[in-house]
Design a protein around this ligand. Structure first.
Ligand code: ZN
Length: 147
């Protein structure tokens, strides 16, 4: 239980109860869904990409505290970032939740998710929002080419 309490830090519980950027952007330039069958987490993302910069984004869905908090924190961190910065953050975040290594500080608020690395089954919960974001960005680029 102590370990679990460590994982479900106050920040995570807070984001789970009061998620940031929750809802749907209307209209959005990009959208996508994510699903983590291991836990049953479902996530929908809508975002505005302007000149390769994520100017705004929202998420909705249902899932465990980790998936929801991770999505909530992610939306606050990637807003205003370029696609390249998002990809770099994703790599750093993936390292954090699989090894616990917070890197050089680029992660900021995301560092609260470090405890996840002790729970391999939870890694997919924590990274669901990021995978969805990545698919979202690349998926709509393909769609945009058909226009
Ligand atoms: Zn989950």
């Amino acid at each position: 239980m102590d370990d679990l309490r460590e994982l479900y830090q106050e920040v995570i519980l807070d984001h789970n109860q009061n998620p940031q950027n929750f809802g749907q952007l209307e209209p959005a330039t990009h959208s996508g869904d994510g699903y983590n069958p291991l836990c049953g987490d479902r996530l929908s993302l809508t975002l505005h990409l302007d000149n390769d910069t994520v100017t705004d984004l929202r998420f909705s869905g249902s899932g465990c505290a980790i998936s929801k908090a991770s999505a909530s924190i992610m939306t606050t961190v990637v807003k205003g970032k370029s696609v390249a910065q998002v990809e770099s953050l994703f790599d750093a975040f993936h390292t954090l939740v699989t090894t616990g290594n917070p890197g050089d500080g680029e992660l900021g608020k995301l560092a609260v998710m470090a405890g996840v690395h002790k729970y391999p089954a939870r890694v997919k919960c924590a990274t669901l929002a990021w995978h969805t974001l990545k698919n979202c960005i690349s998926g709509s680029e393909k769609m945009a080419k058909t226009e």
